[in-house]
Design a protein around this ligand. Structure first.
Ligand SMILES: O=C(O)c1cc(C(=O)O)c2c(n1)C(=O)C(=O)c1cc(C(=O)O)[nH]c1-2
Ligand SMILES: [Ca+2]
Length: 678
């Protein structure tokens, strides 16, 4: 009998750079959120494989006691798991039993939820030499004792900076320094990341991603060069500029280089931010830095003159692959802008880019790696769809790379959004009690000025980065699905918005297994060995920006960690069966109308009612959970219906009777598609 707390301490004590690099060879543990410094999310374990994954069953579930979004990948060393939930709460769990070792709640003031754009989420923790690091919503970088969960030190990473800053991302530890950025580019802030000594918390360096006030000395050469790509008449330094680094960081020890993805412009609108144009460095870029000093090495800008919240903070992967017969050290990246990038990570040179979803802002990239822009996409004089929209063709949901298949497993999507210029936008709007619109687009028109015309979808793409095309893909019922994990057992795991964890064959995409999770999954799973057995764990809790926009109130996304093992026999928590039993059942419909119904639903219904069967909770009913009689009577609700008294619009003259039949088909069809199979 070992004491789990003592075991936790001993396990994490061993985690340093040598440990993380050694682990990457066989991956028995999952010591960093992306499993290795390259963040491949590829496990070399194959005890669970394409042949036996169908026999996975629940080993245990663990209640995270949260109702908001859960985005963290569990990290595990020697069978001890560390995972964060909403409001930056950290849990240490003994994976042998599923029992709690400790929890740490940084006591975030719940009234500050509005400060971030995208839900009070946290993408995970970092481990290093006996400590667990979490970036808290309120800006504290906190070092915890791995054995007890007691605070060892904390630093206020927001000190000296202005604006509505929040931390949602996971810290990374490279060479004994903990590195953390933050969010806020929807609210007029200046992006930066800071490195602290992992042992003491002493600040080591800070790198800004956009220049400050040009009348003051620039922090370094990189800022001086960047300032030349901004038009001072836009006074970007007063509006903030943006470029927040709220998620992805990787490290190549051999090249002694770290890479960080930078965020969108603040405000979003390029012509408001920089009226005479300019690329606006280093927005929407991959930037290479010296991890010892924070000194800029090179950058590649994926979206020059960002205009649509096209962050490049999406998770990147470092891979060694053969292109045209030659081994290359590359970065694989699929940012919000809809193009899949392959870059040379030794020097930042562009290798290739190809759109992985439909896009309407650029027709491609030239040989130098410059986008061939489509001018109409920058015309904001009338409402038009941004494709991809600001939710991104791919958001923070991690992708994975399997060197056996050579494929990247990428959660792709389209969330249609219609935008136009905001004529009233002013950079000096911000002030106490006056939150600034950081978009510069007319947000009143954001959702419903004109119904968006682009098609919504959620899709698992198996992308070949050499051929730059999909090898296979799987359509989901909704956008906003979970991150992926891939293994040497030839399996890809992904959770879905409609509340399942699914396993696919890595080479063919054939579905091999699924389990209901009772709430939408947005995070990525991890896998590890304990006492000779391989486990797969995923932290679930519907949320993030899509969950937030579609449903404005506290939703039922019971935060839970599920752990699966071959032959597992534990019982699912009660709410899983409850949810399945409440799904809409029995409405007769014409399957040929589902497609038309999808478009009508997105244009007219989704931003109040959510995706049927997906995001339950809130004040407005999710139509995928109604009694069948309501949906059968849909025309009576849509045309001068009783809910008009509660604020529902009247669709008379806007929708036809046939349209309502299509809506019924979509609603019941979606509920049927996601009902857990016995
Ligand atoms: O510009 C920013 O600073 C910033 C921060 C964040 C964040 O910290 O979560 C998101 C975004 N932008 C963003 O554009 C976005 O789509 C997004 C989604 C999510 C999420 O957790 O679901 N966060 C963020
Ligand atoms: Ca953003």
């Amino acid at each position: 009998q070992t004491d789990p707390a003592a075991q936790a301490a001993a396990a994490v004590q061993r985690v340093d750079g040598a440990f993380i690099r050694a682990n990457a060879a066989k991956t028995p543990d999952w010591p960093t959120i992306g499993v290795d410094y390259a963040e491949t999310r590829y496990s070399r374990l194959d005890q669970i494989n394409a042949a036996n994954v169908k026999d996975l069953g629940l080993a245990w579930s663990y209640n995270l006691e949260s109702t908001r979004g859960v985005e963290a990948t569990p990290v595990v060393v020697d069978g001890i798991m560390y995972v964060s939930a909403s409001w930056s709460v950290v849990h240490a769990i003994d994976t042998r039993t599923g029992n709690r070792i400790w929890t740490y709640d940084p006591q975030i003031d719940r009234s500050t939820g509005f400060k971030g754009c995208c839900d009070v989420v946290n993408r995970g923790v970092a481990l290093w030499k006996g400590k667990v690091y979490v970036g808290a919503w309120d800006g504290r970088l906190i070092a915890l004792d791995a054995a007890t969960g007691k605070e060892v030190w904390h630093k206020n990473t927001f000190e000296g900076q202005k604006g509505s800053l929040t931390i949602t991302g996971a810290p990374r530890v490279f060479k004994g320094k903990v590195i953390i950025g933050n969010g806020g580019a929807e609210y007029g802030v200046r992006g930066y990341i800071t490195a602290y000594d992992a042992e003491t918390g002493e600040q080591k360096w800070r790198w800004f991603s956009v220049p400050g006030d040009p009348s003051k000395p620039f922090e370094d050469e990189s800022m001086k060069r960047a300032a030349r790509t901004w038009d001072p008449s836009g006074k970007w330094w007063e509006a903030g500029g943006g470029g927040t680094m709220w998620d992805s960081m990787t490290f190549d020890a051999e090249l002694n280089t770290m890479y960080v993805g930078t965020g969108n412009g603040s405000p979003w609108s390029h012509k408001v931010r920089s009226p005479k144009g300019g690329d606006n460095l280093y927005l929407a870029s991959i930037v290479a830095l010296d991890p010892d000093t924070g000194k800029y090495k090179w950058h590649y800008q994926e979206t020059p003159g960002d205009n649509w919240d096209y962050t490049s903070t999406q998770p990147m992967i470092l891979a060694d692959i053969k292109i045209a017969g030659k081994p290359r050290k590359v970065i694989l990246h699929a940012p919000k802008n809809g193009f899949f990038f392959v870059l040379d990570r030794t020097n930042g040179k562009f290798i290739s880019a190809k759109n992985f979803v439909p896009v309407n802002w650029a027709s491609g990239y030239d040989k130098q790696g410059k986008p061939i822009g489509i001018a109409a996409a920058r015309d904001g004089s009338k409402p038009q769809d941004a494709v991809p929209g600001p939710y991104g063709a791919h958001n923070w949901h991690p992708m994975s790379f399997n060197p056996q298949t050579g494929l990247v497993y990428l959660p792709a999507q389209n969330v249609p959004v219609n935008l136009m210029d905001d004529k009233k936008w002013e950079f000096n709007q911000a002030g106490p009690g006056k939150p600034q619109s950081g978009t510069g687009w007319n947000t009143a028109k954001f959702f419903n000025a004109e119904p968006p015309k682009s098609k919504p979808f959620g899709r698992l793409l198996a992308w070949d980065p050499v051929a730059q095309k999909a090898a296979w893909s799987v359509e989901h019922v909704s956008p906003w699905n979970g991150g992926t994990l891939t293994t040497a057992g030839n399996v890809v795991f992904q959770g879905t918005a409609d509340g399942r964890l699914v396993a696919y064959h890595a080479a063919s995409g054939e579905k091999l297994w699924e389990a209901p999770t009772g709430t939408g999954v947005v995070a990525a799973p991890s896998t590890y060995m304990v006492d000779g057995k391989q486990y797969v764990s995923v932290a679930v809790g519907w949320g993030g920006v899509y969950g937030l926009a579609a449903r404005a109130t506290e939703r039922q996304g019971p935060g839970t960690v599920y752990t699966f093992v071959v032959g597992g026999k534990a019982r699912m928590p009660e709410f899983v069966a409850q949810r399945a039993g409440q799904l809409l059942q029995g409405v007769k419909y014409d399957p040929a109308k589902v497609e038309a119904g999808t478009m009508l639903y997105v244009a007219n219904c989704v931003f109040c009612h959510g995706v049927p069967g997906v995001d339950r909770g809130g004040n407005i009913p999710n139509l995928g959970y109604m009694d069948a009689s309501y949906i059968e009577n849909l025309p009576n609700f849509v045309f001068k219906g009783p809910a008009m008294a509660r604020g529902m619009p009247d669709f008379t003259g806007k929708l036809s009777g046939d349209d309502v039949e299509s809506l019924k088909a979509f609603i019941q069809g979606t509920a049927d598609a996601i009902r857990p199979k016995p």
